[in-house]
Design a protein. Structure first.
Length: 190
């Protein structure tokens, strides 16, 4: 039996609800697991644990704001003694088109402040990631883009995107990182 930590990055508060920057939270809250999640406040965040396919999975939503996410991730992983190789962080990714998923094992942080904070608090970048494509703005700045809400076709396709991410997470927990990565990386919603 493995113990996994699934972290969804986002920002607390109404101003951030439904924004591209909070896509990871929205994916967890709209996953096939959501009805079984009983959120508790601890570790400067909200967490809930489930048994999925014989493995224990702790879901975590840091409430520290994106740039300080590592405070929550570090505290939770230390408390539950979860090995860094069993931590997967879901986050928005502007370098991927909306609807595209990519699993990543360690590596660069691509200027993402949430990932930088996690790296700092874990002391390593060897944690797994599920990069969730939100696309780039055609014009305007990136900050305004990621803090804006989904609209048009993107908004219509959100439920399909939530399902895709949910299926990818289930595969990761039950079949492992390599299998999930082969099956879901570069996969997009139709």
């Amino acid at each position: 039996m493995q113990h996994y930590l699934v972290v969804g990055l986002g920002n607390p508060g109404r101003d951030y609800e439904g924004t591209r920057h909070n896509i990871a939270w929205d994916c967890i809250e709209n996953s096939i697991f959501s009805s079984k999640l009983n959120w508790k406040s601890k570790f400067k965040g909200e967490f809930s644990s489930l048994d999925i396919g014989g493995n224990k999975v702790t879901f975590l939503k840091p409430m520290t704001y994106m740039n300080l996410s590592g405070e929550s991730v570090g505290a939770c992983s230390k408390f539950f003694k979860i090995h860094v190789e069993n931590i997967i962080v879901l986050h928005d990714e502007i370098d991927l088109d909306f609807g595209l998923l990519v699993f990543k094992d360690g590596g660069g942080l691509a200027g993402h402040n949430g990932l930088k904070s996690i790296n700092q608090h874990l002391g390593t970048n060897k944690f797994k990631r599920l990069r969730i494509g939100v696309g780039k703005p055609k014009h305007g700045n990136v900050s305004s883009w990621v803090l804006s809400k989904f609209a048009g076709d993107d908004e219509i396709m959100l439920n399909d995107f939530y399902k895709l991410v949910s299926d990818a997470l289930e595969e990761y927990v039950q079949g492992g990182f390599e299998k999930a990565s082969r099956k879901f990386s570069r996969k997009r919603i139709n």
